[in-house]
Write a protein that binds this ligand. Sequence first.
Ligand code: Y12
Ligand code: CO
Length: 173
Amino acid sequence: MILSVVTYPDRRLKVVSKAVEKFDEKLHFLLDNMYETMMASNGIGLAAIQVDRPIQVLILNLPNEEENQDKSDLLEIINPKMTESNGTVFYQEGCLSVPGFYEDIERLETITIRYQDRYGMTHNMRAEALLSIAIQHEMEHLQGKLFIENLSYSRRKKFEKEYKKTMKEKKKR
Ligand code: Y12
Ligand code: CO
């Protein structure tokens, strides 16, 4: 089932997500629907809050070396905590909740996280490059934060102007 994606400036994206306690069929159903929604929207990452479920769930399906999104690479990350980090790097990010807008954002270069899978099993994972950036982007969603909140005052102002204009044009169509 394809769910509708909540877009900026919807206040529901500001909610801080709650930890998952039950690793049951309802959670598995949500994860499966999030995957369908992400793929149908041409996304590579999605947090549950983006489909109006404020719980600490995120999924990632990054393209492989052949630029394919292989389902066997799908990561389902629940209740993540960052335990280590190193360095910083800039990367041009986009978000399904802020369609049509891409900006360079400073992120930690490598991170280690502890998280649970859909069965409640705990894992530790070290991430670098695009995976590290994508995890940080999605973990911010769990705190009710969007990547545009990392922009400088002037870049944010420019974004707001451009985004409003795009939204107006979309409504006209
Ligand atoms: C690096 C940085 C950020 C992430 C988070 C995951 N982001 C996405 O999956 C963004 C996808 C996206 C897709 C869009 O739709 C199409 O391209 C058809 C889009 O919409 C437009 O550009 C109109 C915007 C964002 C992971 C890794
Ligand atoms: Co996002």
